[in-house]
Design a protein around this ligand. Structure first.
Ligand SMILES: C[S@@+](CC[C@H](N)C(=O)[O-])C[C@H]1O[C@@H](n2cnc3c(N)ncnc32)[C@H](O)[C@@H]1O
Length: 201
């Protein structure tokens, strides 16, 4: 499987509109032996990402408190929507924080982050895939990421009132008796436009 940075549209904007920097909490942890998490207070299974470790990482990268949005990726965060993507895509700088095992010490979310975002109501093993989902969704909203005009009239866009785009068809016009709607083959652009508007779902 190719890595995120090799895939379009991330690859297209990388080094231009998009600059990605990856950091490991292990590189800046103040704890010995590269440790970054600890047992939960009150007992129970799993390990929890420590607040001092994340604070040290942010200090090392930004030289103190960051002035931009810091997003914790968590199944307990606000659900990611296209509206949130559009908003985050306008930010000049963005930090995405990922955890694993039991997740973040709550003080990280409360005091070191501005946002907490979930990519959906299910639990993944760590925040790497959620971070990649967010980077991809943001990258395709950056100038030059997509072919002219292909990113505006999409599902969930304000232009479609947050609804889903009309269905698409390509050749062959008929396959196993499954036919493309006649209007799309008619060459009548007015009718096609009307059909597309009627089929926004
Ligand atoms: C196994 S999960 C922790 C689940 C947590 N104990 C709970 O029950 O809510 C480990 C990490 O994966 C990431 N993660 C998992 N599912 C996610 C989702 N749906 N959205 C965003 N991040 C997620 C988060 O960084 C999370 O802290």
């Amino acid at each position: 499987m190719p890595s995120l940075t090799e895939l379009r549209p991330v690859a297209t904007v990388l080094g231009g509109e998009l600059d990605l920097r990856l950091f490991s909490y292990r590189d800046t942890t103040p704890l010995g032996s590269g440790s970054v998490d600890d047992e939960p207070y009150g007992g129970g299974a799993g390990m929890v990402l420590r607040v001092d470790v994340v604070a040290a990482a942010l200090d090392a990268v930004y030289g103190g408190a960051s002035r931009h949005r810091v997003v914790a990726l968590s199944p307990q965060g606000a659900q990611l929507t296209q509206e949130v993507v559009e908003e985050l895509a306008k930010e000049e700088h963005l930090t995405l924080l990922s955890a694993r095992f039991e997740g973040f010490d709550e003080r990280i979310v409360e005091h070191l982050c501005t946002d907490s975002v979930s990519i959906g109501p299910y639990v993944l093993s760590n925040g790497d895939l959620p971070a990649m989902v967010l980077v991809d969704a943001i990258a395709r909203r950056l100038p030059g990421a997509l072919a002219e005009g292909s990113g505006e009239l999409e599902s969930f866009s304000p232009e479609l009132g947050g609804k889903l785009e009309h269905p698409h068809y390509t050749r062959p016009a008929e396959f196993r008796g499954w036919c493309v709607p006649d209007v799309l083959l008619s060459g009548d652009h007015g009718k096609i436009e009307r059909w597309r508007k009627e089929h926004v779902r």
